[in-house]
Design a protein around this ligand. Structure first.
Ligand code: CA
Length: 226
């Protein structure tokens, strides 16, 4: 069952969406204000997020911008109250997948949700990730620079995979540790620094590239331009 997070402060709309989505076989959860919605979305356990633009405490735009900056790629459909082009453009600029103007027909929202979910399934299930001149095959556990095979340990591979999937996004040490090593390692974020060093010595130092960047005070970023 697909989990949907509805972040919407208008009780009537939120309740309506919840009932309709349950009826369609989704598992919806709701947040009635921005900060709570953001915290729930950060957990990353939702398949899709329906996000209202105007919210108390934290706006839809800000939630979307923050989630994307943190490497959370859950599809987001934004709801805008007014038919304002600049809101739509801003929503898409900060990484929303789609938007709908209120009032909307539920059938149209359901159709757009299906499209967004299908696209995200495609990304998640594709075993091959390409960035720069690197190709990583998650089925075969293989990484190549052009055609040359690079030998990595399992953790090095998983770290590189996480960085490449989230290429051009700045990732904090905490995020990296949580995704690659799991929650129990959270206190030891310097494990990231050690493994980043291993990856650089096997990739950037060998091929003269500069893919793995340090972002001072934050963490790391995979940049696919050389
Ligand atoms: Ca609102």
């Amino acid at each position: 069952m697909k989990k949907v997070l509805i972040i919407e402060d208008e009780n009537k709309i939120s309740r309506f969406l919840q009932l309709e989505l349950e009826h369609e076989g989704y598992a919806p959860e709701t947040a009635e204000e921005g900060r709570k919605g953001y915290t729930m979305a950060q957990a990353g356990k939702y398949d899709i997020i329906i996000l209202d633009l105007m919210l108390p405490n934290l706006s839809g735009i800000e939630i979307c911008r923050r989630l994307r900056a943190e490497g959370i790629n859950t599809p987001i459909i934004m709801l805008t109250a007014k038919d304002d082009v600049s809101d739509k453009v801003t929503g898409l600029d900060v990484g929303a997948n789609d938007y709908m103007t209120k009032p909307f027909a539920i059938e149209e929202l359901l159709a757009r949700m299906r499209v967004a979910l299908k696209n995200s399934d495609k990304v998640a299930s594709s075993p091959v990730v390409k960035a720069g001149r690197l190709t990583l095959d998650r089925d075969k556990y293989e990484v190549r620079f052009d055609d040359t095979l690079i030998t990595l340990t399992k953790k090095e591979f998983e770290l590189l995979s996480y960085l490449m999937i989230n290429k051009n996004i700045v990732l904090s040490r905490e995020q990296i540790v949580e995704s690659v090593w799991g929650y129990e390692y959270e206190a030891e974020t310097n494990v990231t620094d050690v493994y980043i060093r291993y990856l650089r010595s096997k990739i950037d130092e060998v091929y003269g590239t500069n893919y793995i960047r340090t972002v001072r005070g934050v963490g790391y970023q995979f940049r696919d331009e050389e």
